[in-house]
Write a protein that binds this ligand. Sequence first.
Ligand SMILES: CC(C)(COP(=O)(O)OP(=O)(O)OC[C@H]1O[C@@H](n2cnc3c(N)ncnc32)[C@H](O)[C@@H]1OP(=O)(O)O)[C@@H](O)C(=O)NCCC(=O)NCCS
Length: 90
Amino acid sequence: MAEHVPFAAFKHMHAWIYNLHIVPYYRRHGFGSKLLETAESWARDQGFDTVGLHVADFNTAARNLYESKGYQLVDTHNWSCFYANKNVRL
Ligand SMILES: CC(C)(COP(=O)(O)OP(=O)(O)OC[C@H]1O[C@@H](n2cnc3c(N)ncnc32)[C@H](O)[C@@H]1OP(=O)(O)O)[C@@H](O)C(=O)NCCC(=O)NCCS
C-alpha cells in the first residue's frame, strides 16, 4: 500500500495508469479514450475494481479526457491532480 500523501488516500488495491500518450498527429480521434478503456478492461480482468492516475493540473486535454470518462478528483498535491474512476474513500 502507498505511504506517501496523496497516494495514501487510496486505501484499497487498485491499478494505476501512467503516461497515457497518443502521438500528436492522431489526437482528437478517440484513440486516447480507447486506450483508457482498454487499460480499464485489463485492470478489471486482473481483479482491480479501481483505477487511479495522476496528471498535471495544467494538462487540460488529459483532465478533460479523464473527467469525460467519469474520473473523479480524489486529491491534489503540488501540481498533480489525483483521479480515480470510482468513489474512493478518504
Ligand atoms: C491526453 C491524450 C492522451 C488524449 O488523447 P486523444 O486521442 O486526443 O483523446 P480523445 O480523442 O479520445 O479525446 C477524448 C476527450 O478528451 C478531451 N480532450 C482531448 N484532447 C483535448 C484538448 N486538446 N483540449 C481539450 N479537451 C481535449 C475532450 O473532451 C475529448 O472529447 P471530444 O473530442 O469529443 O471533445 C493526448 O492529448 C496526449 O497524448 N497528450 C500528451 C500526453 C499526456 O499529456 N498524457 C496524459 C498524461 S497523465
